[in-house]
Design a binder for this molecule. Sequence first.
Ligand code: FMN
Length: 374
Amino acid sequence: MNHPSLFSPLHIGPYQLKHRLALAPLTRMRAERPSLAPRPLNAEYYAQRATEGGLLIAEASPVMATGFGSPGVPGIYTGEQIAGWRKVVDAVHAKGGVIFLQLWHVGRVSHSSFQPGGVLPVAPSAVAIADLKTGTADGKAVPYETPRALETSEIPGVIDAYRQAAKNALAAGFDGVEIHGANGYLIEQFLQSHTNLRTDQYGGSIENRSRFLMEATKAVVEVWGADRVGLRLSPYGVANGSGEPDPMPLYTHVVQALNPLGLAYLHFIEPRSSGAGRAEVNHQNVPSAMVLFRPIWKGVLITAGGFTGDTANAAIADGHADGIAFGRIFISNPDLPRRLQRGFPLTPYNRATFYGGDVAGYTDYPEHNELAQA
Ligand SMILES: Cc1cc2nc3c(=O)[nH]c(=O)nc-3n(C[C@H](O)[C@H](O)[C@H](O)COP(=O)(O)O)c2cc1C
């Protein structure tokens, strides 16, 4: 009876959450074009999922123009985008919700048609994603291009973009930010040995490969204070061509290096659900991130990946995690916290409407109607 559950309160930084169920960051590709600013429909979507004292992590948002790899993704580097996000934040705050923004740079998970001037995407090293296709800006499926390796002298500029995006998120009224260090994007490309062949101080040893992450995190912490900054990692993930041959030494180093910063939380993607954004997955015989890293990480631990109400409660009661983020079933159940708390049935999600489009599959999933079920 004394064990916490999904519906126990939780402190994250200065925030007293009323429950431990978070909206996972979810790319939905429905920003206004060409400004790539959030629009009123996006505010409605987030407000539908806001609860008093509940945490929402807003979708990954590029910190600079080179950080995009897909259409209709909202940015966080122009005044129009800040103003658009302000409306989202205000709508969530009106319902008592707490909202963090996920800061993103895709690195090589892009195509030149999304890049300013049509140049090649940038990455730590000139290594293309093999065996997967990507979409171009006009919707063709093509092989990934070989990215251009960032010059050492360009890296401070990318770190500055994280710092500026953090300031922009503050100006938009967010309650905090989460750095996207997962799923094969730029930060993970620096971390992992097969995508980072650099010979400067950003490559080689584990410590050097972690430098970009640490510098980006410290830049964001300078803006927000550590207690309002979270970080997402996906050890043992396979999304977007990622996959460190021996993840434990790398991720143990990273988590230990992060401990002294005192971040608001660390957020994992459970390896069993790696790549859930692209396809239905349930990888078998893979380790559990929360089980592996709970003993190493000293702060609040959130994880995500294929949880149900019951398995989320068990993870929290067993002490493996402090909070659980829900992705796919939160898309199709805007009132997910209430449904899980009351045991109401869940609406299945429609993968065909995950990315792009308008209202359909976005703001038209209904709340559970108790009376209609009676
Ligand atoms: C449509 C879709 C978009 C996603 N976009 C993001 C994203 O922007 N940032 C991120 O870190 N993870 C993203 N993910 C991964 C989810 O946050 C989550 O970790 C994953 O879906 C597993 O949780 P679930 O089983 O509850 O869906 C996405 C997943 C889906 C299905």
